[in-house]
Design a protein around this ligand. Structure first.
Ligand code: NAP
Length: 454
């Protein structure tokens, strides 16, 4: 096992920085800091906590260029999308500034008691294991509600975004959060096990791959600690016969290609009813081929590079294995190091990797369905359950489909997206638990029943 992390820019392969892993002794100090911080933090009024959230939102706005540049350097996200990510984090803060008190206040329930109510107590130290694809957003959407509820946070970020991980700790400290409220751990996989087992850690949230989720949840389960898992997906974008392609084509392209295709909720399988298939494929191919690839630091780049070369190689293998099974490359499929050209694969069948697995990059699998019903049948043939999109002009038909979609989200005539006001999460191999909204802030609290007789 290595004893340091070296970050590098996936666009030009230049090394950025070397970081030493925390020693076991340093980890113990960090855990004790967290516990000490929690003792005071849990006693604070919610409005005192939301005051700090306001500072945090202001800092994110003020320094968005700096943070955006750091993310872009570390994982290749086009700069305009990095800036939008930081702005979204500030929006998240605003949402909980407005709503946290309402979500966390005692909830009176009329029963036979003199008084009965539910109170929402923080749990303590929550460990977050996070991915590199939205390096600020993924962390903030855990940390903002969890800390506002009175918990303290420990972050084990993806190692390729270690600079961002440390910047996130800094921004919390600069906003005035007490020392120990939010700390970044620089640890390897082996160290994680003992951290999860430590009594100070009360729960774990993991956003990442299915394999990482299974591994961390197994350790947490053995230690009877709650987990929230936000894992992978292969969302279907279902295009019914009557979809308005002129109106929604840009949305459909963005649904697959934004963040260079590295989004858990991206549209990965385009399932198109036969009647509209040719029209869809022509228009989709035309629009995808117009996307601007280039240096992620340029303002007009839409497709940057993938976060690491090995991830691009993995994607290439999924495509090539599908081609061996009969799929056709309609556009793209050229790779240079971590750059992967926007790609469209057709003649895709249910046995192929691009249908069955998660493709985490700019590759769209297009599948022809016999009709609308067949399209839904194909869409729901998935191990994953993050979300489904349906594009149709017939809203009655769309409403009829709600019960047929077993995912965490169904979006009609829009791409699946996260929004602080709405719960976010999956079913099946996409994980369990919810982030954002009221449901998210209540994941890491003790929902305590209080019953008073006189
Ligand atoms: P990953 O390889 O699973 O890594 C995620 C995090 O888990 C990283 O911090 C990683 O650390 C850590 N990790 C991995 N295996 C571990 C183990 N055995 N023990 C301890 N820690 C472990 O995923 P990724 O490549 O960063 O992210 C892409 C995946 O995340 C995709 O599958 C995507 O769909 C999913 N994702 C899901 C959501 C959602 O909300 N559902 C959102 C975004 C991304 P190291 O970097 O040190 O390996």
């Amino acid at each position: 096992m290595k004893n340091s992390i070296i970050t590098s820019n996936p666009y030009n392969q230049k090394e950025l920085k070397t970081y030493n892993y925390h020693t076991d002794n340093e980890v113990e100090i960090i855990l004790n800091n967290a516990q000490n911080a929690f003792e005071d933090w849990k006693e604070k009024e919610i409005k005192d906590r939301t005051k700090l959230l306001k500072n945090l939102a202001n800092l994110l706005e003020d320094k968005k260029e700096t943070y955006a540049k750091l993310m872009t350097e570390e994982m290749g996200k086009p700069i305009s999308q990095s800036i939008a990510e930081i702005e979204k984090c500030a929006w998240l803060c605003d949402f909980y500034i407005t709503n946290a008190e309402d979500f966390l206040s005692d909830n009176i329930i009329e029963t036979d008691a003199h008084e009965s109510f539910i109170s929402y107590d923080p749990l303590g130290t929550i460990l977050a294991v996070m991915p590199w694809n939205y390096p600020f957003w993924q962390v903030m959407r855990f940390a903002v509600p969890s800390l506002t509820a009175g918990n303290v946070g420990l972050l084990k970020h993806a190692s390729n975004v270690t600079g961002t991980a440390l910047a996130i700790q800094d921004v919390f400290e600069e906003a005035g959060y007490p020392k120990g409220c939010f700390q970044t751990l620089l640890v390897n996989h082996d160290q994680i096990e003992t951290i999860v087992e430590n009594d100070i850690v009360k729960a774990v949230t993991l956003t990442g791959s299915e394999a990482a989720g299974r591994s961390i949840a197994a350790i947490a389960g053995k230690n009877l600690k709650k987990t929230v898992l936000e894992l992978g997906g292969n969302n279907a974008c279902v295009v019914f016969d009557d979809a308005n392609l002129d109106k929604y084509m840009d949305t459909m392209v963005k649904a697959r290609m934004q963040n260079t295709g590295q989004s858990c909720i991206a549209a990965k399988r385009f399932i198109v009813s036969e009647k509209i298939y040719d029209q869809f494929l022509n228009s989709f191919t035309k629009e995808v081929s117009k996307l601007t690839s280039g240096n992620p630091e340029d303002d007009n780049t839409f497709i940057g590079v993938m976060a690491r070369e090995d991830l691009a190689e993995e994607l290439e293998k999924q495509v090539n294995d599908s081609v061996k099974l009969g799929a056709k490359v309609t556009l793209g499929n050229k790779r240079y190091k971590a750059y992967y050209e926007p790609t469209i694969i057709t003649e895709v069948t249910e046995d192929m990797p691009v249908f069955k697995e998660e493709t985490f990059g700019p590759v769209a699998a297009v599948i022809k369905a016999k009709d609308n019903n067949h399209a839904i049948q194909l869409a729901t043939n998935s191990r994953f359950g993050l979300g489904t999109m349906i594009f149709t002009e017939n809203l009655d038909e769309a409403y009829n489909q709600i019960a047929n979609i077993p995912d965490g989200a169904l979006f009609i005539n829009d791409m699946v997206k996260s929004d602080p006001r709405l719960p976010f999460g999956g079913t099946k191999a996409s994980g369990y638990g919810r982030e954002l909204s009221k449901e998210g802030i209540l994941e890491f609290v003790n929902i305590k029943t209080v019953y008073i007789n006189q």
